[in-house]
Design a protein around this ligand. Structure first.
Ligand code: DAH
Length: 340
């Protein structure tokens, strides 16, 4: 047995040295070390040996196997290197071969929609104010006139980082940050950004989404300024001549509070499945900034007034493009993303 192994080792090494092209390498490997190779054959024969012979033969068989493996890999490296050098020397690198095309990416539909919203408000003199996505309870709720016991908190359940820190449920906390930073100057800003809510995920609601908040603070700002601004935005975003409707509503941080609707862009107000046969679509929650909120921002409500609004970004994008499932926005499916 030991002689067979020794012979196999020296023959194998010799045969390896004789190889000169990489195509020959797998043939050698199969012949000696493959499942049906010669060494494997010998290993199978170990079982037939006597108990005294077996351990010595087993050890030697492993040594031979390792020696052949090592020699094979070094021979393989050597041959490949030689072939590469030869092909370079022979001018085989074709520099005229066209490169592989790089698939260019493009902006996400949410980003594009947000940019359009920014553009429209920029034309009306609104600056962009960025505020954090991770907020304190104080800014997300308290300073917006939503104390801990307030039932309105149920509308904005969210992800808590700890007892005092949350992923913001809306962009409204940025109102306070912006007021505190700009006081005592007039303000005209939008605050776009990601918001989070602890939601059941359905085709209509996700636990993350974009909002655009708006805030104007100045002297003698009135509800009609808010309506005019919304009207102008809707016409630019959805097409000229949109009709608006203002409904009374409730938000703790505005007084009075309203919901802004516009006529359905799909059926022009006639009534369809998308507008649930009402002819109207919700555009934004809005209102006149609550005196408590103005004061929390450092503005005297006797001297200053302001309006604010908050609107979604995915919903309008869904309407404009006929998308019926909000989960597609975050699914990372290229078949969806490529369409926009
Ligand atoms: N923050 C509200 C929400 O997420 C939306 C909103 C309503 C924002 C009225 C406002 C506002 O600024 O005035 O549901």
């Amino acid at each position: 047995m030991l002689e067979t192994l020794n012979a196999l080792e020296s023959e194998g090494l010799q045969a390896l040295e004789a190889l000169s092209a990489s195509e020959e390498l797998p043939v050698w490997y199969r012949g000696y070390l493959g499942r049906k190779g010669r060494l494997t054959d010998v290993l199978r024969g170990l079982g037939a040996l006597s108990a005294e012979e077996r351990p010595g033969a087993g050890r030697r068989a492993n040594e031979v196997k390792e020696a052949l493996e090592t020699a094979f890999h070094s021979r393989q490296d050597h041959i490949r290197e030689a072939e590469l050098q030869a092909s370079i020397a022979g001018g085989a690198v074709d520099v005229t071969l066209p490169g592989r095309p790089v698939a260019p990416g493009h902006l996400h539909l949410s980003t594009r929609t947000l940019r359009r919203v920014r553009e429209i408000f920029a034309e009306m003199g609104f600056q962009v104010y960025d505020s954090p996505e991770v907020e304190t309870d104080e800014y997300n709720f308290e300073l917006l006139n939503i104390p801990a016991y307030h039932p309105a908190r149920d509308m904005w359940d969210t992800f808590w980082i700890n007892d005092k820190v949350v992923l913001r449920t809306h962009t409204s906390p940025g109102q306070i940050r912006c007021m505190r930073e700009n006081h005592p100057h007039p303000i005209r800003v939008i605050l776009p950004g990601k918001c989070y809510r602890y939601e059941q995920i359905t085709p209509r609601s996700e636990h993350q989404f974009y909002q655009v908040e708006g805030l104007a603070v100045g002297h003698r700002i009135r509800l009609t300024d808010l309506i005019g601004t919304m009207q102008e935005f809707a016409s630019k975003m959805y097409g000229a001549g949109r009709r608006m409707r203002i409904r009374g509503s409730y938000f703790p941080f505005t007084e009075p509070s309203v919901e802004v609707d516009m006529d359905c862009i799909l059926c022009s107000g006639k009534g369809c499945r998308v507008c649930k046969h009402t002819g109207w679509l919700e555009v934004a929650g809005a209102g006149m900034v609550h005196p408590v909120v103005l004061r929390n921002g450092g503005y005297d409500p006797e001297v200053w007034s302001g309006f604010a609004f908050g609107m979604g970004v995915e919903r309008p994008a869904m309407l404009m493009h006929g998308i019926d499932d909000i989960r597609l926005f975050y699914g990372n499916d290229l078949r969806f993303l490529h369409q926009f």
